[in-house]
Design a protein around this ligand. Structure first.
Ligand code: FES
Ligand code: FES
Length: 234
């Protein structure tokens, strides 16, 4: 049976070196059209990257090649985006691969959102993007360009009273180490806003993406039930 993989995969390693050097490929016969030399493969990759950069330009995002920054000569940023974080508009130079979580924590010093798993499995990094909860570790910062982000730092006014959900977590003692708490509170506010806090069972279901290693789940549900009436519409 013919080996399909050998016909469809690009050449790598010693085989590619022999082809690139023009050396005879003894015993292999004529090179099938589907096989790529290293040079062809590289040219294709560059064309794809150029097309991607063009797409970002169309979105109004400034790009430059790594090591040749145009947006921020200090940080070697690939792009400059505008984020509206907790009501304040800010421009930030980013690496295109950066997650929203890393930009918030490491560039804007908003360390309320926590990095638990960095894989979208624990909910510790939950923030609101245009009013909806997202796992900021799984959200590219570039996806948030021009959009509104709310973190735990912006949930209540700086000198004002706590948000009802924050107060309820305190009242119900719904935390132990506190590491998951900012994510729990942001998810809880969204849970109420979505209309998914009608019963303890429903709260457990719609908060199931937020893990608490300390096991404070019963108190978290109680806190959400306490805050739900006052949190609607917030
Ligand atoms: S850090 Fe984002 S889901 Fe765990
Ligand atoms: S309070 Fe410790 S992980 Fe939730």
């Amino acid at each position: 049976m013919p080996d399909k993989r050998s016909r469809s995969l690009p050449l790598v390693g010693a085989q590619a070196k022999r082809d690139a050097a023009g050396a005879p490929n003894i015993g292999a016969g004529p090179r099938p059209a589907s096989l790529l030399t290293r040079r062809e493969f590289t040219a294709g990759s560059i064309a794809a990257a150029t097309a991607a950069a063009g797409g970002l330009s169309a979105l109004g995002i400034t790009c430059s090649a790594p090591g040749n920054p145009v947006s921020d000569p200090v940080t070697n940023a690939d792009a400059t985006i505008r984020l509206i974080v907790n009501g304040a508009s800010t421009e930030v130079g980013i690496d295109l691969r950066s997650s929203l979580l890393d930009v918030l924590r490491e560039q804007l010093q908003l360390t309320g959102a926590k990095k638990g798993c960095d894989h979208g499995q624990c909910g510790a990094c939950t923030v609101h993007l245009d009013g909806r909860r997202v796992a900021s570790c799984l959200t590219f910062a570039v996806q948030a360009d021009g959009r509104e982000i709310t973190t735990i730092e912006g949930l209540s006014p700086k000198d004002g009273p706590l948000h009802p959900m924050q107060q309820a977590f305190i009242d119900q003692d719904a935390l132990q180490c506190g590491y998951c708490t900012p994510g729990q509170i942001m998810a809880a506010v969204a849970c109420v806003r979505e209309g998914n806090a009608g019963s303890a069972e429903q709260i457990r279901e719609y908060m199931s993406g937020n893990l608490c290693r300390c096991g404070a789940y019963s108190a978290i549900v109680a806190a959400i039930q306490q805050a739900a009436p006052a949190s609607e519409g917030t």
